[in-house]
Design a protein around this ligand. Structure first.
Ligand code: SAH
Length: 355
């Protein structure tokens, strides 16, 4: 029988010692053979979770309008790199492109770039957006005026977790136990230096998280926007301000499960720390706007009017479906306030709509 990811991890831990949560997360999500995103997993109703573009076409339509508006404010450059980080099934970009097709000259200026590490997801994306170009990271995307979108990308990037014990911050690592995997406290890695010092005074048992990969991506986006012009929109669930707390979680079949129980078979995520993301971007010269709550942002862009317009052209069943999609995306007991929107821009651009 082929080794499972759990067996592989246990062997590795026995050989080299406990691994950081970041290493654990990276393997669980992106292991070439057993990773969650490298297996043929589906998002959507049959998958483990549903993202906003899979809830409704209206989500991508609103983002398409936002991006087209930014292109106008950039003085309609005739070449634009339109980049999406972690496009999943490609639904969001498909909706963005459909919604913006009537915008004169916009499409002829665009080259679509997908940042995606999973070969399986690249294949799904190619069915929806055949003309896209694929990259492992931002470094290979040609320079030039840029529009960028990232929905539920940053929450999948590996985090480190630190816990205070006897007045000292330790790193949580994953260790091999008699019947599987367990968390242990070990000396903190140098990544602890990236945590917010304002929170270091917390009591014993406090947990602090940091996502070095997220901060580095935010910095790269900001450098690009500052050097080449453009705007980025980042949507995810998380903290408006850095907070203490354990947000490392696993979802399987729409249910929360123990993140250590089924490596590679559950989606692992952590809350995005928007305060830190914005600070990393500002330190590289970008202007930041928000966060805005997803619901308020979409309403400001006109999702209510769009729903009415679609409703007028459909039957009562379709109208009911549209109303439930709208509620799901915007109401505060669904995705409306948990999900937040952050814009990063070339500081020369005027303020974006929706904030
Ligand atoms: N944006 C999509 C999918 C979100 S799931 C949606 O809203 O439906 C996260 C996506 O990010 C997946 O496509 C996953 O393969 C990709 N991803 C995760 N970590 C990545 C990394 N380090 N580099 C590139 N892509 C990554």
């Amino acid at each position: 029988m082929k080794a499972s990811l759990k067996d592989i991890l246990i062997k590795r831990i026995e050989a080299t010692g406990p691994i950081t949560i970041a290493d654990y997360m990276a393997d669980c999500l992106m292991h070439p053979e057993h990773g969650y995103y490298t297996q043929q997993k589906v998002f959507g109703a049959e998958g483990d979770f549903i993202t906003a573009p899979e809830v409704s076409q209206m989500f991508g339509e609103m983002l398409g309008l936002w991006l087209a508006d930014r292109w106008y404010k950039m003085d309609k450059p005739d070449e634009v790199q339109l980049i999406e980080l972690g496009p999943g099934r490609g639904t969001l970009m498909q909706d963005i492109l459909r919604a913006t097709a009537p915008v004169p000259d916009f499409h002829s200026a665009l080259t679509v770039h997908f940042i995606e590490t999973s070969a399986q997801l690249r294949a799904l994306q190619a069915e929806k957006v055949p003309n896209a170009r694929w990259h492992d990271d931002l470094s290979t995307v040609p320079e030039g005026p840029t529009l960028l979108v990232a929905n539920e990308f940053f929450d999948a990037l590996p985090i480190h977790q630190f816990e205070k014990l006897d007045g000292k911050w330790c790193e949580r690592r994953v260790n091999a136990a008699a019947d599987g995997l367990e968390l242990v406290l070990t000396p903190a890695s140098p990544k602890f230096a990236l945590t917010n010092t304002a929170l270091h005074a917390g009591p014993d048992g406090s947990v602090l998280e940091v996502c070095p990969a997220g901060l580095s991506v935010a910095g790269s986006i900001a450098e690009r926007l500052f050097a080449c012009g453009g705007a980025a929109i980042i949507i995810d669930y998380g903290y408006r301000k850095t907070a203490v707390g354990d947000s490392f979680q696993a979802l399987q079949n729409h249910k929360y499960v123990d993140p250590l129980a089924a490596p590679g078979d559950a989606d692992l995520t952590a809350h995005v720390d928007f305060e830190q993301i914005a600070a990393a971007a500002k330190s590289k010269g970008a202007a930041s706007y928000g966060t805005a709550a997803q619901g308020a942002f979409l309403m400001a862009l006109g999702i209510g009017e769009r729903a009415q317009q679609l409703a007028a052209a459909t039957d009562p069943q379709g109208q009911e479906r549209l109303l439930s999609e709208l509620t799901r995306l915007t109401s505060s007991d669904a995705m409306g306030t948990l999900f937040k929107v952050l814009a990063l821009q070339d500081p020369k651009l005027p303020a974006p709509p929706g904030f």
